[in-house]
Design a protein around this ligand. Structure first.
Ligand SMILES: [Ca+2]
Ligand SMILES: [Ca+2]
Ligand SMILES: [Ca+2]
Length: 344
């Protein structure tokens, strides 16, 4: 089944010569945004010994009083039904004024399907799954018990997003609330950085020859998460390369020669496009990933001040992504060929 996909992707990456394959604007693997709490309308409900705290800035707040017994809330109430058969995985980005042990249940709640996770005091995404529970649950929403046994002091919990995934996914950046950096840092080569819930994206302008956006301190098994996906828009005036560096415990980085370079493959129409990069054939995509670095544009082009926008940066379990149909691949291949001809 790999052969069909390679026909498309080898063409797209012929200029790069690296051990990876690129697919531009593939079918999304994260097909349900359960709630991003970005519209300012607070639909939290189903409270037990908790209360609504409002929704603003791209997240919803719920309150828990001191000594609350079995505190819980529901989101949304009611919601569109979901099936764990088609969406076995989900991610929650949340924080509490106090950290502790949280629990998630599909609604209607049933004991055996509880999924535990640890909530911290800074926004952090956890990757969860109902798939360990048989039979796979369906539901119309989630019940969340933010602090299983309650707490001694009044506590506030914030929820940035809940996304349902078709394959195992890590949201290294979703940029889904006002000011969110999701653990990424940048150098002076990037200016005017803004993240808003309204766009669920990071926008900025390059200001030097070597703009850098990076996230370190990771520990992610590259054998499982073998695919990088970046949804990004480039200034139509831009001309230079978009480069992705990485480092692992066995292949430390960032290091020269250990990067994905995309130049002619970029669609520079100012709109967001998804670049999905399968790293599974890359020898240095090995061990545990500990850093990912994005250099959006470079050299004099970057110094001229180019705008760019990033909607998300994710890692996917590429082996689990369904292969597109041959007909779709042919259409995509034709579109890429046309685009490349126009670019000459
Ligand atoms: Ca809302
Ligand atoms: Ca949000
Ligand atoms: Ca986003």
């Amino acid at each position: 089944m790999k052969n069909t996909l390679s026909t498309l992707t080898l063409f797209a990456t012929a200029a790069t010569g690296f051990g990876f394959t690129l697919t531009v604007d593939p079918a999304a693997a994260t097909t349900r945004i359960f709630d991003n709490y970005n519209d300012g309308a607070d639909t939290s409900g189903g409270f037990n010994n908790m209360s609504a705290g409002g929704e603003a800035g791209g997240y919803v707040t719920v309150n828990m009083p001191a000594g609350a017994a079995d505190p819980q809330w529901q989101s949304p109430t009611p919601g569109t039904p979901f099936s764990s058969a088609t969406h076995p995985y989900f991610r929650i980005n949340s924080r509490g004024s106090v950290g502790g042990g949280s629990q998630v249940f599909p609604l209607p709640a049933a004991g055996p399907t509880v999924v535990p996770y640890g909530i911290g005091t800074a926004f952090s995404e956890v990757q969860l799954s109902f798939s360990a529970n048989a039979p796979l649950p369906n539901g119309s929403g989630l019940r969340i018990d933010p602090l299983g046994g309650g707490g001694g002091a009044p506590t506030v919990f914030d929820y940035d997003y809940i996304m349902l995934d078709t394959v195992r996914t890590i949201g290294l950046a979703e940029f889904d609330h006002d000011g969110a950096m999701d653990g990424w840092t940048m150098n002076a080569g990037i200016s005017g950085a803004t993240t808003t819930a309204a766009s669920s994206s990071f926008t900025a302008t390059t200001a030097g020859v070597d703009p850098i956006l990076q996230r370190s301190g990771l520990s992610i098994d590259t054998n499982v998460f073998d695919t990088i996906e970046v949804r990004i828009a480039f200034d139509p005036a831009s001309t230079s390369r978009f480069e992705i560096f990485w480092g692992t415990n066995t292949f430390p980085g960032p290091a020269g020669g250990q990067s994905v370079v995309l130049t002619n493959e970029l669609i520079r129409d100012g709109g967001l496009h998804t670049y999905r990069i399968d790293m599974s054939d890359e020898a240095a995509w090995d061990g545990n990933l500990n850093i990912l670095r994005l250099d959006p544009l470079a050299d004099g082009d970057a110094a001229a001040g180019r705008s760019f926008e990033i909607a998300h940066i994710r890692l996917l379990e590429g082996a689990a992504i369904p292969e597109p149909s041959a007909a779709l691949l042919a259409a995509l291949g034709a579109a890429l060929a046309l685009r490349r001809h126009r670019g000459r």
